[in-house]
Design a binder for this molecule. Structure first.
Ligand code: ADP
Ligand code: GLC
Length: 507
């Protein structure tokens, strides 16, 4: 029988997108939390996949200078603000443009000072989005996608309407934390160039005020959040912070995509902050980090302290992170057979709590109050366990760093913690950490005690560590999920310049 002729088919080249990202903080230029890690790691990963990404983020005090890639000028609240965009390459296909407007960003703090939000935050973050869109409008080649993050970037989908049609980019909003919503007096509406027509329940009105995040939720073409479990949770009143109804009404546009971690930055085999490298095949070398951790935190290094398990925390000290649970059982916690090494900043009452505990039991508890990257790395590496009893946790990065560093997470079963930490099952040896569900101090304490009880069995413990170290949290996987969303919004890139589509009117 004659063979059928096979016509060779070239695989279609995957579309490559031009993406404009907007984020209010980005590593290594500014950071208060995980958003900064994601804001840089995601563009880098998209760049590796062949896309072209420009991230616009404010140049806060202390960020570097750089070549001027453009200038923008936008009127916000009756004043014409202008800024230079200073370029910083962050890898193949990806660059950061630091929005240099000293009047708005060259300050002691990022969002607040002495615990009080800057009174002009509405202007500062309206300008961030408006400036990014002004930059986009000046480019000879349009962007396919505007991808913005959190409330600070919430107005971008609205401002992006100025870019077309034709040539309107698809807009994506990523929620990193629904608890922060950017809510301001309604008198800002006209001052920020917004229309009263959109001051509705289905627009950006939130209890008679203006909600930046709500604007993003209602006007972006696609919404993502940083873990599948959090995507489910925020549709319920317990986790919805008053926006669960809005999110339910937009659930067909919502996708949960688990964050990755920067595998170069957080790599125990090549971490400049550690005294010695280690990895899954050289786990005993982790002991050098434990010793260094004790030294750095001023706890005597003895056979006893080296043998005693260390519980670490690196955290914003706020209610979200379960600090009230810890406060409720601080006494019993300090009596456990464990050493606690803590790094964090946040609410004064929690900072004071850790200071008091450190003074009370200096041999067992040592807290560093401040933001300190090298210490954060050393805690991840040198501790035996990592505590994250969050009330809610959109994703959480520290538990993933912990897993990679052979440090066993003890976490509340919520949000991204559920999606990354699997309970240890002594029957089949599977799992990589300890979880508890009920938000209750005693339950947390019992879970920590269970982890401490498992610790002396080195066979079990090593197995748990290795299970965690084998997990793959690469950004490439997550970035590919974002590309699927971009592709849904812009299925045929060549049709991008087609005349006004129904999609725009339909919103
Ligand atoms: P969140 O963004 O809610 O604070 P994540 O776990 O997503 O929580 O990310 C927190 C990030 O900030 C991690 O990279 C963590 O190491 C870092 N971090 C938090 N507090 C400190 C601190 N005091 N010093 C150094 N790094 C910190
Ligand atoms: C937020 C969340 C945290 C998440 C981070 C990065 O700050 O609180 O859970 O990991 O954003 O997405």
């Amino acid at each position: 029988m004659a063979k059928k002729a096979v016509t060779p088919r070239m695989p279609a080249a995957p579309p490559s997108f031009r993406i404009l990202m907007i984020a209010s903080e980005a590593q290594p230029f500014s950071k208060t939390g995980g958003l900064a890690d994601v804001a840089t790691a995601l563009p880098k990963a998209l760049g590796r996949l062949g896309h072209d990404v420009t991230l616009i983020t404010p140049r806060y005090r202390g960020a570097p200078d750089g070549p001027v890639a453009g200038t923008v000028a936008v009127e916000v609240a009756g004043h014409r603000f202008s800024a230079r965009l200073l370029e910083q390459p962050i890898g193949r296909g990806a660059r950061v443009l630091l929005l240099d407007c000293p009047d708005l960003y060259d300050r002691d703090g990022i969002y607040y000072e002495a615990g009080v939000d800057y009174p002009d935050n509405a202007i500062r973050y309206a300008f961030l989005s408006a400036a990014a869109i002004d930059y986009a409008a000046q480019q000879p080649q349009p962007f396919d996608i505007v991808h913005t993050h959190d409330w600070q970037g919430g107005l971008a989908p609205l401002y992006a309407r100025a870019l077309g049609p034709p040539g309107t980019p698809g807009t994506v909003l990523t929620i990193h934390n629904l608890a922060y919503q950017g809510i301001f007096a309604k008198s800002w509406v006209p001052r920020l160039g917004l229309r009263w027509d959109d001051f509705t329940i289905g627009g950006f009105e939130f209890f008679d005020r203006l909600g930046f995040l709500k604007a993003g939720l209602n006007f972006a073409d696609a919404i993502t959040t940083v873990s599948p479990t959090y995507a489910d949770e925020i549709q319920r009143p317990e986790y919805g912070h008053g926006l669960d109804g809005v999110i339910r009404s937009r659930h067909d546009r919502l996708t949960g995509i688990l964050n990755g971690i920067d595998l170069d930055e957080w790599n125990p085999a090549a971490d400049p902050h550690l005294p010695a490298p280690f990895d899954i095949d050289h786990l005993p070398a982790k002991a050098a980090s434990k010793r260094a951790l004790l030294e750095r935190f001023g706890i005597a290094v003895t056979d006893e302290t080296l043998a005693r398990p260390i519980v670490g925390m690196v955290s914003r000290m706020v209610d979200q992170k379960g600090l009230d649970l810890i406060a409720a059982v601080a006494g019993p916690l300090a009596s456990l057979d464990a050493t606690f090494t803590i790094v964090g900043t946040g609410e004064p009452r929690y900072q004071d709590m850790w200071r008091r505990l450190s003074q009370w039991r200096p041999d067992r508890i040592s807290a560093f109050i401040g933001f300190d990257e090298p210490r954060a790395h050393l805690v991840e590496a040198g501790a035996d366990m990592f505590l994250m009893p969050s009330r809610f946790e959109p994703c959480g990065l520290n538990q993933m760093y912990s897993l990679r560093y052979g440090t066993i997470p003890i976490v509340r079963a919520v949000g991204g913690l559920v999606d990354t930490v699997r309970p240890y099952n002594p029957k089949n040896g599977q799992g990589n950490g300890f979880l508890f569900s009920e938000y209750e101090p005693g339950v947390m304490l019992r879970t920590i005690a269970a982890a401490l009880a498992a610790f002396p069995n080195k066979k079990i413990w090593t197995r748990l560590q290795k299970n965690g170290m084998r997990a793959n949290f690469s950004w490439d996987r997550s970035a590919a999920e974002y590309v699927k969303i971009y592709t849904r919004l812009r299925p045929a890139r060549t049709k991008r310049r087609a005349p006004a589509s129904k999609r725009v009117e339909g919103r």
